[in-house]
Design a protein around this ligand. Structure first.
Ligand SMILES: NC(=O)c1ccc[n+]([C@@H]2O[C@H](COP(=O)([O-])OP(=O)(O)OC[C@H]3O[C@@H](n4cnc5c(N)ncnc54)[C@H](OP(=O)(O)O)[C@@H]3O)[C@@H](O)[C@H]2O)c1
Length: 227
């Protein structure tokens, strides 16, 4: 890939999405990064003010009409990597069933809508990726815990595999990404990785997915995880 390459990062107002925007800028890429309309986090816009290779768009992945509006706005752009990072752990104060529905809404329905609506923008030889989690692995679930969130990310991986089967002639690779346990608003202060370590690993792993085909479930170190 030349340094004309462009990454589209969905959900980059803070945390891992913001870190990924920084990592791709450091690697000489152009970056289109999104936040939600009315976001109170100014970090992304402040970064864009001093960085001509970064542009900021708005989208809420729970709102399909906003995804279609973004796709129309970006139509014709040369996008080499789509990273659907947006996700939620839900509100811990909610009863189990309501929290499960809330995380399914964003982490599965929203993330897959974003993938389906925006992946046609990705050029041949590019990569499409969705932020999954180590906790998505059904075969790796020996400890339990985090049941609503874990279930949503397992369902995301399952949907992604269906999408891969439907898109087997697509000219890009598809990746479910496990970023490690990272110190963000979601990961909390006790997480073992900082954002820079995780996103450096994820960015390099995704660069390795350019020019490939098919689906993989990979962590930030480029290791294959069990579905
Ligand atoms: N941190 C970890 O240890 C960890 C581990 C495994 C996987 N992950 C996954 O990595 C991704 C990023 O996590 P994080 O730790 O950076 O979380 P975070 O700090 O809570 O940030 C979440 C990001 O997603 C955005 N978002 C949430 N719902 C959205 C929606 N409906 N539409 C558009 N954007 C939305 C947020 O935007 P607002 O600012 O507008 O809310 C924010 O930019 C998530 O998919 C998460 O599940 C994280």
């Amino acid at each position: 890939m030349t340094n004309e390459s462009t990454a589209l990062i969905i959900g980059a107002s803070r945390g891992l999405g913001y870190g990924l925007a920084q990592r791709f800028l450091e690697r000489g890429w152009f970056v289109i990064a999104t936040e939600r309309q009315g976001s109170t986090r100014a970090d992304l816009r402040q970064l864009a003010a001093g960085q001509p290779r970064l542009s900021v768009e708005t989208v809420d992945i729970d709102k399909e009409e906003e995804l279609h509006a973004l796709a129309a706005k970006l139509s014709g752009r040369q996008i080499n990597l789509l990273m659907v990072n947006a996700g939620t752990a839900g509100d811990a104060a909610l009863p189990f069933g309501e929290r499960l529905l809330a995380v399914m809404r964003t982490n599965v329905i929203g993330a897959m809508a974003a993938t389906r609506v925006l992946s046609p923008l990705v050029r041949a030889g590019g990569a499409v990726a969705v932020m999954s989690s180590e906790l998505a692995s059904i075969s790796g679930n020996t400890d339990g815990g985090w049941e609503p969130y874990r279930s949503s990310k397992s369902a995301l991986n399952q949907s992604l595999r269906s999408f891969a089967a439907e898109s087997q002639h697509a000219p890009w690779s598809l990746t479910a990404v496990a970023p490690g346990w990272v110190r963000t608003d979601m990961g909390g202060p006790d997480a073992i990785l900082d954002v820079e370590t995780s996103t450096n690993g994820v960015a390099d792993m995704l660069l390795g997915r350019l020019g490939k085909k098919g689906i993989a479930f990979l962590n930030y170190r480029g290791e294959t995880l069990g579905w």
